[in-house]
Write a protein that binds this ligand. Structure first.
Ligand code: ADP
Ligand code: MG
Length: 170
């Protein structure tokens, strides 16, 4: 994992956050947006209702995306255009959800490799399913985000940044 200090350390320290409301989870997404570089694939892991889409909404808002952000459970792929910061402006942001994807053939209908080749930001809910679906594309940057819900409605959010050379097959 790349030390976060090299990337600009998130407020609150380290790669773990504890949030008490959807708004706080969105705010973590906005902090994460500041660390993004082109050609990044993000897997977001967590049970239904963990707050994956909420976190992604905050991240998208910080990138100047104003459209409604909803789980692409049925549409499978949502595409937006990043409007800020200048280092990312104009690049696509793809939001996918693999909840209903169970086979390699179903995955291939998404055209994920073509999406990644466009060099933008690709965010995948249930992305941890990719290896078992035979996916072996190596993005420039790979992040794993995990959300763990607690009974008091708080959430623990962890970020792990993978180095591509350590994970040639993800
Ligand atoms: P997922 O995409 O993981 O299925 P969503 O983001 O769609 O989850 O839904 C999370 C739900 O939990 C929302 O209804 C949100 O309002 C609620 N919620 C309550 N507390 C939090 C919190 N601390 N962080 C995120 N969501 C929360
Ligand atoms: Mg969702």
């Amino acid at each position: 994992m790349v030390p976060l200090a090299q990337q600009g350390e998130p407020k609150g320290g380290g790669s773990e956050w504890h949030t008490h409301s959807p708004e706080e989870t969105e705010a973590v997404g906005a902090e994460l947006a500041e660390l993004l570089q082109p050609d990044t694939l993000i897997w977001v892991t967590g049970v239904l209702g963990a707050g994956k889409t909420t976190l992604i909404r905050g991240l998208c808002r910080a990138l100047g995306i104003t459209e409604p952000i909803r789980s692409p459970t049925f549409t499978l792929v949502n595409e937006y255009t990043i409007r800020q910061p200048p280092s990312l402006t104009g690049l696509p942001l793809f939001h996918l959800d693999l909840y209903r994807i169970e086979t390699e053939a179903q995955l291939s209908t998404l055209g994920l490799e073509e999406l990644l080749e466009r060099g933008g930001i690709t965010i995948i809910e249930w992305g941890e399913r990719l290896p078992q679906l035979g996916f072996d594309h190596t993005p420039r940057h790979l992040w794993h985000l995990t959300l763990t819900p607690h009974p008091d409605d708080t959430r623990t959010i962890t970020l792990t940044i993978k180095q591509p050379d350590q994970s040639p097959r993800l």
